[in-house]
Structure formats: C-alpha cells, structure tokens
Design a protein around this ligand. Structure first.
Ligand code: GDP
Ligand code: MG
Length: 162
C-alpha cells in the first residue's frame, strides 16, 4: 500500500498546483479564484524516487454553507483517510481566520501534519514562514509549488517516517 498524502488548506493557497506537480499532470483545475476544486481528487504521486497517493481537496474556510459545506466535509474526510496531511497556507497573505480554523481541527487529529507555506517565490521565506508558527503546528516548511522549490525536501521529510 502506498502512503496517502492529503493536501488541505483554505481555497487559493495552491493545493491544486502542488497536486499537479506531484502527479505530473494537469488534472486538477488551477484558477485565480478560490474554490474551483469542488470535491476530492486522487492521483498517483511520483516525485524523485517517491511514490504515494495524493489527494487534492476543495478547501475549507470555516463558515461554509451549501456547496461549500459539502466541499469542506469532503476535505475533512480526506484528512481522515490520509496517512499524512500537508496543510498549505499562503506565504503572501499571512495567517487568516480560515488557517486558524483548520489548524484547530488538525491539532485535534491524531495524524502527522506538515505546515507548509506556499508561494515563497520572491519573498523572504524565513520571515514569511515565521508568521505561521503561532498556528501551533511546529515547523513551517517553505515551498513554491508553481516552481517546485522546496518540494523534494518537503517530500523527503514527510515520506521518510512512513
Ligand atoms: P487551490 O485553491 O488551493 O487549489 O489553489 P490553486 O492551485 O488553484 O492556486 C491558486 C492560485 O495561486 C493560482 O493563481 C496559482 O497559479 C497560484 N499559485 C500556486 N502556487 C504558487 C506559487 O508557488 N507561487 C505563486 N506566486 N503563485 C502560486
Ligand atoms: Mg484547487
């Protein structure tokens, strides 16, 4: 059985961009507006020498209704099914109420979580990442999913213990 890695975070942080990079596909829709990925999406992750299943999710912001609520429930189910969770946040936007909502949920789960600040291209990565320590999930990994920066290093950290 391949390990299952779930990509979780509020809409627009770059989950689908990372999914596409990890699966070397363009299956997941990437868009400039939030919430395009409405349900769970599975793919086979191949990156460097690693193999795993990766699950893209629609995103959670914590005040969902209607279709968004369905999307959030799917995301929670993906967390449940995963061996490990990559919790993505947006290094450009800094911490948001939605990030805090998700962090609260993840801290209550008995599951390895890797807090990952995406979109660090063109930023002072350490300064941007420091903002997220207050989420109480430990180290903040720095990546630029669109360019691949930091992704191998993150995968090594995430997959080695599994
Ligand atoms: P999702 O809603 O979390 O799935 O986010 P998407 O993958 O659809 O990406 C949302 C937006 O962020 C798109 O405009 C992406 O091009 C952009 N984006 C994703 N990753 C990066 C990155 O590493 N750097 C920058 N600058 N933009 C990114
Ligand atoms: Mg998406």
């Amino acid at each position: 059985m391949l390990p299952v890695v779930a990509l979780v975070g509020r809409p627009n942080v770059g989950k689908s961009t990372l999914f596409n990079r990890l699966t070397q596909s363009r299956d997941a829709l990437v868009a400039d507006f939030p919430g395009l990925t409405r349900d769970r999406q599975y793919g086979q992750g191949r990156y460097d020498n690693y193999q795993f299943i990766v699950v893209d999710t629609g995103g959670i912001h914590g005040k969902e209704e209607g279709l968004d609520l369905l999307m959030a429930k799917q995301s929670l189910q993906a967390i449940d099914e995963a061996d490990v969770v990559l919790f993505l946040v947006d290094a450009r936007d800094g911490i948001s109420a939605a990030d805090e909502f998700i962090a609260d949920y993840l801290r209550k789960q008995d599951k390895p979580v890797y807090l990952t600040a995406n979109k660090i291209d063109g930023l002072d990565g350490d300064a941007a990442a420091a903002d997220f320590f207050s989420l109480g999930l430990g180290d903040v990994y720095q990546i630029a999913a669109a360019h691949g920066r930091g992704v191998s290093q993150l995968l090594r950290t995430v997959l080695l213990p599994l």
